[in-house]
Design a protein around this ligand. Structure first.
Ligand code: CU
Length: 118
């Protein structure tokens, strides 16, 4: 294997590695923070599971699309409870640690979701 072939292999490896680290749902822009939107309806949270990048601030917006008990959201790890009416939205900000899973649920725990930081 000559040098240029090795470099190509390394570059491909780096590209693959980088892609696997990219959050599935969070949208990072300008490297400052990452945006996540979770919509709420009568069936719960969409998406219910969100992957984010550890160590970078998350701006997570809950958008209520319907009257639902899922509009009252408890997030124990962040010591937050959010109450929304249909049509309202609210953004919370936090910086997840590596490997952290931040669970959230309606206050009756019927509907559940989580944010997983890699
Ligand atoms: Cu509920």
């Amino acid at each position: 294997m000559n040098t240029s072939k090795i470099l190509t292999t390394l570059a491909l490896g780096a590209a693959t590695f980088g892609a696997s680290l990219a959050p599935r749902t969070a949208f990072a822009h300008g490297g400052k923070h990452q945006d996540v939107t979770v919509s709420i309806d009568g069936k719960g949270y969409h998406p219910a599971t969100v992957s984010v990048q550890a160590g970078k601030e998350v701006h997570m917006t809950f958008v209520s699309k319907d009257a639902s008990c899922a509009n009252k959201i408890s997030i124990p790890a962040l010591k937050q409870t959010i109450s929304l009416e249909k049509g309202q939205k609210k953004t919370i900000k936090f910086t997840p640690q590596k490997g952290q899973t931040i669970a959230f649920a309606c206050t009756m725990k019927m509907f559940k979701g989580s944010v997983k930081a890699k």
